[in-house]
Ligand binder design. Structure first.
Ligand SMILES: Nc1ncnc2c1ncn2[C@@H]1O[C@H](COP(=O)(O)OP(=O)(O)OP(=O)(O)O)[C@@H](O)[C@H]1O
Length: 357
């Protein structure tokens, strides 16, 4: 027993030959908002389905608010898990008004209590004035807010949201996302949100869970996932990253472009690593004597992404501000911006300390 709202303990799920969830272990604190991200088929929806009770794990245990809802001996059906669900397609009942959609999970309350709770959650998502409408009389964003109100109405222990904004267009998406996060925060609701949008994962999650092939690669704060990725996969999946072979010798990290940084604590190390460099960390300067050349220039509005081929044939990318655009073929000196502490990889894993031999 502990104070976590949700715990997954070594949970696995196979579908035939596919292991959709592999030894997943995760603890979610009360009120925490977790975002789940990973490539298509990595097991994000499976994880939500296992927590919701729409699927049964082959191994491991799931606890919600300290109570076991699934393990080898225990099985609680979805309606007895205190879990709220919000899906991409809203899934509202078309023949019921907004108020009656929200009332769906409140059957155990008296009529007066139901009315009060419906009023509360519709106010929370700013839809109090639309209580009598039917789903087809609402915009996509309004439907999604009704779906959230319906999920929150029974005061669930955990709300699970599976790509809840992906059917909305770009502008509406930002607004509905902000409203959703505000409602979850205001009610201090514990939530897991699946997304395929990296910016969404980083900007909305207290923690980001990055999955690949049924495994959790990293579950960490957005800053750590981006700035200290645990694996090569996380580094390249969460934002742009290039990898260069490098050496740490006498606490100095060097690679093809020269000295990258010092590595405190590695004074006695003499190790080959790969250094992870992100485009905002790479600096360029025209230099006719350099054998590095600009090979691609991609305009992104505020920034211009330059791809540079180094003497070795490897490529690095560099963000330049919108006013800077070096023509393709320009010879450039390549360095890193001052003060970075880049991630070092040995094999596919980040290392924070010199590997022991
Ligand atoms: N009911 C099922 N029967 C067989 N295989 C399944 C079933 N559900 C999921 N899978 C497989 O399990 C793996 C994980 O699927 P899941 O839907 O969890 O991925 P996902 O990360 O949510 O993907 P996406 O981003 O495309 O929605 C996939 O290989 C998928 O084909």
């Amino acid at each position: 027993m502990n104070g976590d709202a949700l715990v997954l303990d070594d949970v696995s799920k196979r579908y035939g030959a596919v292991t959709a969830a592999r030894d997943l272990s995760l603890s979610v604190a009360p009120g925490e908002l977790l975002t789940l991200i990973g490539p298509s088929g990595c097991g994000k929806s499976t994880t939500l389905r296992l927590v919701a009770g729409l699927d049964r794990p082959d191994a491991g245990a799931i606890r919600i608010d300290g109570e076991t809802v699934a393990d080898r001996r225990t099985w609680r059906p979805p309606e007895r898990r205190r879990v709220g669900l919000v899906f991409q397609d809203h899934a509202l009942f078309p023949h019921l008004s907004v108020a009656r959609n929200v009332a769906f999970g409140l059957a155990r309350l008296s009529r007066a209590e139901q009315q009060r709770r419906i009023g509360e959650v519709l106010e929370l998502v700013r839809l109090g004035h639309l209580a009598k409408r039917y789903p087809h009389e609402l915009s996509g964003g309004e439907q999604q807010r009704v779906a959230l109100a319906r999920a929150l109405a029974p005061r669930p222990a955990v709300v699970l949201l599976d790509e809840p904004f992906s059917s909305l267009d770009e502008t509406l998406r930002a607004q509905v996302r902000a409203d959703t996060v505000a409602a979850l925060r205001e009610t201090k609701t514990t939530a897991m949100l699946v997304t395929h949008d990296q910016t969404e994962a980083l900007s909305t999650g207290d923690r980001v869970v990055v999955m690949c092939a049924g495994l959790i690669e990293q579950a960490d704060t957005p800053q750590r996932v981006f700035e200290s990725p645990a694996t090569r996969f996380v580094a390249s999946f969460m934002g742009d990253a290039d990898f260069l072979p490098a050496q740490v010798h006498h606490a100095l990290l060097t690679c093809e472009i020269g000295v990258v940084s010092t590595v405190p604590g590695w004074a006695d190390a003499d190790v080959d690593v790969d250094v992870v460099l992100r485009p905002h960390e790479v600096a360029l300067r025209p230099d006719p004597g350099s054998d590095a050349r600009v090979v691609d220039v991609d305009y992104h509005g505020a920034f211009v992404l330059h791809t540079v081929r180094l003497g070795s044939g490897r490529t690095l990318r560099s963000w330049q501000t919108h006013a800077v655009r070096y023509p393709i073929g320009t010879p450039v000196a390549v360095s890193v911006v001052p003060g970075i502490s880049p991630t070092l990889l040995v094999g596919d894993h980040a290392v924070a300390a010199p590997p022991t031999r």
